[in-house]
Design a protein around this ligand. Structure first.
Ligand code: THU
Length: 162
């Protein structure tokens, strides 16, 4: 038996204003996308924005449903739209932001496990890493250059395709 360790690198910005041009613009789109979130059940409104290599910015927001599992997270709304309309485009980066009026947003707004799985498959499909920008409740932003660090030992069953 041996013990192995995994670690990953992420950047922390004190505020959105500290982000550089492309990152800042993408985060602004994510924040703007919060407006159309449909979150009457959780009151947790999330916006996501993708930058594609064809120059397009795709946004999404969470869409809930009274039959709770029928809803979908902002990240997957955006990613599935991008993959369905621009299947050959590379998703270079994703920015995620959230707001709520009913409780304090503490800690980083990081993607849920299902969204990480979809992000990981998108990375794999496009053979290009996706930068991930996550805005926290306190306005700080975490950034990492690939989904790999957010989903260690990810499920990648290539054999399922056969
Ligand atoms: N949600 C997202 O849209 N993205 C995340 O990264 C975390 C959770 C949504 C799902 C649900 O509509 C609400 O936030 C509460 O979980």
């Amino acid at each position: 038996m041996e013990v192995n360790k995994l670690c990953f690198e992420f950047e922390k910005y004190a505020s959105t204003d500290e982000l550089s041009g492309g990152d800042l613009q993408l985060m602004q789109h994510a924040v703007a996308a919060i407006k159309n979130a449909y979150a009457p059940y959780s009151q947790f409104r999330v916006g996501a924005a993708l930058r594609l290599d064809n120059g397009k910015i795709i946004t999404g927001n969470n869409q809930e449903n009274v039959a709770y599992p029928s809803g979908l997270c902002a990240e997957r709304v955006a990613l599935f739209y991008a993959n369905s309309n621009f299947p050959d485009a590379v998703v270079e980066a994703i920015a995620i932001a959230a707001e709520t009026e009913t409780f304090e947003l503490s800690g980083p707004v990081t993607p849920c496990g299902s969204c990480r799985q979809v992000m990981s498959e998108t990375e794999k499909r496009q053979e290009h890493k996706m930068r991930v920008l996550m805005r926290n409740g306190d306005g700080t932003v975490l950034a990492t250059n690939s989904i790999e660090g957010l989903l260690p030992l990810m499920f990648e069953a290539d054999g399922l395709k056969k």
